[in-house]
Design a protein around this ligand. Structure first.
Ligand code: HEC
Ligand code: HEC
Ligand code: HEC
Length: 127
């Protein structure tokens, strides 16, 4: 009464179409785009925890600037008591040496454009 071949073909086409959104994401990587900041450092930890840095690095940088410029402090003592020179270029970008692939990859995605680099140097790549 019915053509088994056509039913199976129809079913196959249906499954392809139904699963298209999933394939589209897998094949193009477009559906689930998230920035993938490239660390470019052999160090395994940041100044503070990754979660803290992710959420609060702007506040930490403001604090660093105030400490340096207003309070004349040159050293930051982290929560785990390790110490760091308070320096945007010399410390942050020493580890995160590829600003474009690290800082910018997130900022461009979020539409944030910090003006810090009007004055602060970006290390030359491949130094
Ligand atoms: C000693 C090397 C080092 C220094 C200095 C350093 N970082 Fe990091 N940073 C790392 C590492 C390693 C990670 C990843 C940590 C992890 O995966 O647990 C990281 C993570 C981060 C993250 C989170 C990235 C993500 O994917 O969520 C941000 C934001 C960040 N750092 C910003 C900064 C800023 C701003 C400074 C300066 C205040 C700084 N880092 C200084 C090594 C460093
Ligand atoms: C994991 C993603 C991510 C990474 C990596 C990252 N940022 Fe950010 N950054 C953000 C987001 C999101 C904001 C905006 C936060 C907000 O508006 O509350 C921001 C804001 C900032 C601000 C404040 C900008 C403003 O106009 O107020 C500064 C300064 C900053 N980031 C510096 C850096 C530096 C320097 C690096 C690299 C060392 C870096 N960020 C890496 C996500 C990131
Ligand atoms: C108009 C120029 C200018 C802009 C824009 C600027 N800074 Fe600065 N910043 C300075 C000067 C000048 C100093 C003092 C340098 C010194 O004492 O050697 C300084 C010092 C700092 C310091 C401590 C010392 C150092 O060299 O890192 C931090 C941290 C800092 N700024 C963070 C920031 C961040 C984060 C931004 C962007 C949100 C920013 N600054 C934007 C001019 C600027």
């Amino acid at each position: 009464m019915y053509d088994k071949g056509k039913v199976i073909l129809g079913l196959a086409i249906f499954l392809c179409l139904a699963s298209f959104p999933a394939w589209y994401i897998v094949l193009t990587g477009k559906g689930d785009y998230r920035p993938a900041p490239v660390l470019a450092t052999s160090e395994n930890q940041c100044v503070e925890s990754k979660q803290y840095m992710r959420e609060y690095h702007m506040q930490l940088l403001n604090q660093w600037r105030d400490d340096a410029v207003r309070n004349g402090r040159a050293i930051y003592t982290a929560t785990d008591n390790r110490t760091y020179d308070i320096n945007l270029t010399g410390t942050c970008l020493n580890c995160h040496s590829n600003k474009a692939e690290f800082c910018d990859s997130c900022h461009n995605y979020q539409g944030v454009a910090p003006n810090c680099w009007d004055c602060h140097n970006v290390p030359v790549m491949g130094k």
